[in-house]
Design a protein around this ligand. Structure first.
Ligand SMILES: [Fe+2]
Length: 233
């Protein structure tokens, strides 16, 4: 049977329906496995460039999903959120190491190049079927709620909600994480800065949602950072 049509004698029979749903299930599983493989491959690319730690990206994805669920995102948006949280900085593979690893402040030209990473990430991911939406979310993960971010200067609801979520949790994670050249901020100071920029840089609803559970998460964060919550608090 080259056409794939069901013979008339089998139409409506339970076995044909069961076969059809089995086939659909198999295709869905294949699509899901392929999607996960792509995410893992890109994650490994980030590791090769030393732009990632397993803890960092997993933590961001977990936090993002909690905020997304609390804000009532639909299942498809949550899936994009997971990808965007894991791969938001994939475009940094296109930024020179001399800039990525510079311990001091970037000069204006270096900063302009660094800012390109969100466009680079979008340019790569949008070519993958099923990742087009997450690519757009990644493109806008450095927009600012007041319109002063990049690359498009979008503001408030113009910024995709997934991008607004990634922006907050990535900023918080960067603040509390230690780097070779600087120690992470104490939890209270990071919270103070998040609140201070709520409504200007950050979406206030996202900040509120994140802070509603953030403190309970901090023991794992500070354990990973090599400090203790009690000393940080
Ligand atoms: Fe980024």
């Amino acid at each position: 049977m080259l056409t794939g049509q069901i013979p008339a004698s089998m139409e409506g029979s339970p076995s044909s329906g069961a076969l059809e749903s089995l086939r659909i299930k198999q295709l869905e599983e294949q699509a899901s496995a392929l999607r996960n493989s792509v995410i893992c491959a890109f994650n490994q690319l980030l590791d090769l460039k030393d732009l990632n730690t397993g803890v960092h990206s997993t933590r961001l994805a977990e936090w993002g999903m909690r905020v997304g669920q609390e804000l009532g995102l639909e299942e498809a948006e949550l899936q994009n959120l997971e990808v965007a949280a894991l791969l938001h900085d994939i475009g940094k593979v296109g930024v020179p190491d001399s800039i990525l690893r510079k311990p001091g402040r970037l000069d204006p030209d270096e900063y302009a190049l660094m800012k390109k990473h969100s466009e680079y990430g979008w340019a790569v991911l949008r070519m993958l079927p099923g990742f087009e939406r997450a690519a757009l979310d990644i493109l806008h993960h450095h927009e600012s709620f007041d319109g002063k971010g990049y690359p498009a200067g979008l503001q408030a609801a113009e910024i995709p909600v997934v991008s607004r979520i990634v922006c907050v949790i990535d900023a918080f994670d960067a603040m509390v994480s230690s780097r070779p050249y600087r120690k992470g901020l104490p939890y209270e100071e990071a919270v103070r800065r998040l609140n201070e920029a709520s409504g200007t840089q950050f979406d206030p609803d996202v900040v509120r949602s994140f802070l509603s559970f953030a403190q309970a998460e901090m023991s794992t964060v500070f354990a990973a950072a090599g400090t203790s919550v009690s000393s940080a608090l």
